[in-house]
Each structure stands twice: as C-alpha cells, then as structure tokens.
Design a protein around this ligand. Structure first.
Ligand code: IDP
Length: 139
C-alpha cells in the first residue's frame, strides 16, 4: 500500500502523437483526481536533475535529449494507493512487456519513448511533484 499522491508526465512522444486527451481519459477513468497540472517543456538542466539517478546509465544522454525535445504535461494525481495503482495503469517500462490495456501498451513505441512517467515511490512522488509545482499550484 502506498500513499495517496503520485506524479506523472505525459512525455514528448505522446504529446507529439496527439495522445494527451486519451491518456488523461484513462487516468481519470481509473479514479485518479488531478491535483495539479501544467503543459510545459523541460530544459536540459531540468531533465538532468529529474533523471539524475540514471546519470551513469548508457541511455542517459538519449533520455535527456528525448525528454527535452518537445512539450510535456506534468501532473500530480491523487487516489488511494496512488503510486502502485498508477504504475499498474501505465504498465512495464518496455511497452513490449506491458500488460494489455495499459497506457504504455496502448500509446508507447519503445523502452525509451514510453509515453508516460509514473513515480516509483511515495518519497519520489513528493520530490518530483515539488520539482514542478509550488504549493499554490495544487488543489
Ligand atoms: P520507469 O519510467 O518505468 O520507472 P526507469 O527504469 O526508471 O523506468 O527508467 C526511466 C526512463 O528512462 C524510462 O521511462 C525510459 O524513458 C528511459 N529508459 C529506461 N531504460 C531505457 C533503455 O534501456 N533505453 C532507453 N531509455 C530507457
């Protein structure tokens, strides 16, 4: 059981492909309430900080380039057991391994360009939400 908030981004690939509405529909239909949301674009520095945990991985440069190449939708979501339930809704990192009906299975093309981000712990959900939103932007 996790806490009641998670953080998500609809990544540049899904925005480019016109999937913002479909993905938000899936999220709200699954019972998540939107606490905060913005359409924005990450700078290189933003992406390097956000994904700092992966900085030694071979795909880090590719990941930063991808995440900064166009706009994203960032949001804080609320639901009981938010982190775990949202990870289940989006599916495995690699869309080829994602369960049928999950957001990544439906809308992602590859392990790198995988349509959505979902926090992996309550602690990271709080850190990631605070990275994008001030207290005045949450409702
Ligand atoms: P997650 O997003 O499912 O939590 P992580 O392992 O934390 O997966 O990886 C963060 C992000 O880095 C992934 O969502 C994906 O965009 C990218 N990524 C992960 N593994 C690879 C890879 O092998 N090649 C390219 N990009 C990757």
């Amino acid at each position: 059981m996790t806490g009641n908030r998670t953080f998500t981004m609809i990544k540049p690939d899904a925005v480019e492909n016109g999937y913002i509405g479909a993905i938000l529909d899936k999220i709200t239909a699954a019972g998540f309430r939107i606490v905060a949301m913005k359409y924005t674009q990450l700078s290189t520095r933003d992406a390097e900080i956000f994904y700092a945990i992966h900085k030694e991985r071979p795909f880090f440069g590719e990941l930063v380039e991808f995440m900064t190449r166009g706009p994203i939708v960032a949001a804080i979501l609320e639901k009981d057991n938010a982190v775990d339930d949202f990870r289940a809704l989006i599916g495995a990192t690699n869309p080829e391994e994602a369960a049928e009906g999950t957001i990544r299975k439906l809308y992602a093309a590859s392990i790198g360009e995988n349509a959505v981000h979902g926090s992996d712990s309550d602690e990271n959900a709080a850190i990631e939400g605070a990275f994008h939103f001030s207290g005045r932007e949450t409702y």
